[in-house]
Design a protein around this ligand. Structure first.
Ligand SMILES: O=C(O)CCC(=O)C(=O)O
Length: 350
């Protein structure tokens, strides 16, 4: 679709053209279409009680249960103000809805390089994949040496300040959550954080324009995230789904300060499969645009990731071989996310 780099196609432009049918590149094969009835279950909601130390035992137990059963859960009362969550959603929505196409294209990401910073639409390097019904803005936010707010929109006026503040606050929450995850496995509080190393954090604001044929498309295809832990906020529209025991379960928007936690592939490796990464996808709808903000916390590309020794024993041998994180990411972008193909390639006894 974007072979002509000078004229990148954005889904929002297609939607605004008033199409009644989606172009064939966006039509999912029948087995991936969202055609099964919605499950009525919900992912767990865990109140962190402001990280009150007197509540830590019960919070840790709830987190352990949610990680074992789901790999995805909501957290509330976590210390990141609801007003800041609203502010980043508002900033993203203003950029997508109120900037001209020309202004947005001033921030276009490099279509020839994966995960490059900026305004884009396609995720994979391959040309033959079905495209997602989504536009996005990807920000490189941590370590601070990667953060250059002049590469982000200057409109609305508080955009850069809000993204910077959000980055810092949500990284602290990710560290707290890794601490609770570690303790829930009987590890030292900082063990998972040490295994991940300094966070490489990206913030992706996804914008899903209304789609004339939501039954044929996906906003974002099924995948598990390749880093360590993803924290996601969404607007009130809904569309995120998590795969649980073969069924797609809608992640209903809760509003307030609720943040969705998605365990990612490196957490599955580090915990030796005790906690699995969450397979998820985003649906489209024909009525209104949807916006989400996903914040990815990843190891540096040079970090070697393997199961921690404390979780390996004669009865629970290592399930995954060591991988250099940068190699894992390259493989993900060239092969595509399809299910858990990438992490499965690391299994010692597939
Ligand atoms: O929009 C969503 O709810 C999902 C976003 C997501 O999975 C991603 O950005 O990787």
């Amino acid at each position: 679709m974007e072979a002509a780099a000078a004229e990148p196609i954005r889904v929002q432009s297609l939607a605004q053209a008033g199409l009644t049918q989606v172009p064939p590149q966006y039509v999912q094969p029948p087995q991936y279409r969202p055609n099964q009835p919605s499950s009525s279950t919900n992912i767990p909601i865990i109140d962190l009680f402001g990280l009150d130390p007197t509540r830590r035992n019960s919070v840790r137990a709830s987190i352990g249960q949610a990680c074992r059963d789901w790999g995805a859960f909501h957290v509330t009362n976590h210390g990141v103000p609801a007003a800041l969550l609203d502010a980043i959603k508002r900033a993203g929505l203003t950029f997508f809805n109120d900037s001209s196409v020309e202004d947005k294209l001033n921030y276009a990401c490099d279509p020839s390089s994966s995960a490059s910073e900026g305004y884009g639409s396609r995720m994979l390097e391959k040309d033959d994949t079905v495209l997602d019904w989504r536009d996005y803005f990807d920000h490189h936010t941590l370590p601070l040496a990667r953060r250059d707010p002049t590469r982000w929109p200057g409109f609305p006026a508080d955009y850069r300040r809000v993204v910077s503040e959000y980055s810092d606050r949500i990284a602290s929450l990710a560290r707290e959550l890794l601490g609770l995850l570690s303790e829930s496995l009987g590890l030292e509080t900082r063990r998972m954080e040490e295994a991940v190393g300094e966070f490489w954090q990206n913030i992706t604001i996804s914008y899903y324009p209304p789609c004339p044929q939501p039954e044929l498309t996906l906003g974002l295809q099924s995948h598990s995230d390749f880093g360590a832990i993803t924290l996601l906020v969404q607007d009130e529209v809904g569309g995120l789904e998590v795969l649980k025991d073969g069924d797609w379960v809608p992640v209903k928007p809760l509003g307030g300060d609720a943040v969705v936690v998605l365990l990612a592939d490196q957490t599955e490796i580090i915990t030796n499969g005790k906690y699995r990464s969450a397979v998820h996808r985003a649906l489209t709808n024909s009525r209104q645009p949807r916006l989400s903000v996903a914040t990815f916390h990843d190891p540096a590309k040079t970090v070697k990731v393997s199961p921690v020794s404390e979780l390996i024993s004669e009865s629970t041998p290592a399930l995954y071989r060591e991988v250099v994180y940068g190699d894992y990411v390259s493989s993900w972008y060239t092969k595509g996310p399809e299910g858990k193909r990438n992490i499965d390639a690391l299994l010692l006894e597939p």
